[in-house]
Design a binder for this molecule. Structure first.
Ligand code: ZN
Ligand code: ZN
Length: 275
């Protein structure tokens, strides 16, 4: 299995890989640039090479880049849509150079325009991004909780975007156990949630899972992460998920409210669950 946490690459990718390994992890997720947007740091190719050497030594799985939350392909403002589109393209080039296969993107918020209009703007942006996507990298749409005017909180939304992009092979999905809960998918019945996803989207498109507990109950439409076992998902459900054969093939990323030690504890907890 591949398990890790969201950690900073402010000190470089190699330092982040070391931190992840110290936590007991064998993957990690990082922000491609400041979460509020802004300019990306110049890539340090020597650091990247050193990171990959370490990753081989430690038997790491694939790493995951996460786009800033400020990107919104469904914004009411054309300037925000344009900025998001160009910066996502740039981030795809950057993760390619970093040897990182996945860029996770929040689907976007329609800001009052309505879901249909919002989804059509997102589809338009995605088609343009995918027309120049570098090979060997995937853009992953993240399933959301559905708070505010968020799009992409149902499998139907995600399915419609994939269809609108003519089922592009480099468009994948990232799910989040907290967001699924908020959106109304009750993971107590993991088999039913998986079946719904498999029928509408196909399990082969699921490339990353964010492993978080939720401060709020099923169908709350709230996105507030909690430590594993301290929220409404609970350890029994987490155990079912991490023991699932399909989930053991993809990176599981903790985005729980923790410091490094807290992440280390959760990683060992997950490892105990599968042993
Ligand atoms: Zn996210
Ligand atoms: Zn979240």
């Amino acid at each position: 299995m591949f398990i890790g946490a969201h950690i900073s690459i402010a000190k470089g990718l190699k330092a982040a890989v070391k931190t992840a390994e110290k936590m007991g992890g064998n993957t990690l997720q990082f922000f491609t640039r400041n979460p509020r947007g802004g300019k990306a740091k110049k890539l340090d190719l020597r650091d990247i090479e050193a990171a990959h050497t370490l990753m081989q030594e430690y038997n790491f799985g694939p790493l995951v880049g996460h786009a800033p939350y400020t990107f919104n392909l469904a914004s009411t403002k054309p300037s925000v849509r344009e900025f998001s589109l160009n910066t996502i393209k740039d981030d795809l080039e950057r993760i390619k150079q970093m040897g990182v296969p996945y860029l996770v993107l929040h689907v976007g918020s329609h800001g009052g325009q309505g879901e249909e209009k919002g989804l059509s703007l997102v589809a338009q942006g995605l088609r343009e991004i995918l027309s120049t996507i570098p090979n060997e990298v995937y853009l992953l749409l993240e399933g959301m909780a559905g708070s505010g005017s968020e799009l992409g909180y149902t499998f139907e939304h995600l399915q419609s975007l994939i269809k609108a992009c003519e089922e592009h092979p480099q468009l994948g999905i990232c799910l989040d156990t907290c967001h699924l809960t908020g959106a109304g998918y009750d993971l107590q019945d993991l088999a039913a949630v998986k079946k719904g996803f498999a029928e509408k989207i196909g399990l082969e498109r699921l490339k990353v899972l964010h492993l978080n507990d939720s401060k709020f109950p099923v169908a709350s439409r709230k996105d507030r992460h909690e430590k594993l076992g301290e929220g409404f998902v609970g350890l029994d459900v987490i155990k079912n998920i991490v023991r699932d054969g399909d989930m053991q093939k993809i990176p599981l990323i903790l985005e729980t409210p923790n410091d490094d030690q807290g992440y280390a504890r959760e990683i060992s907890l997950v490892k105990e669950m599968i042993s």
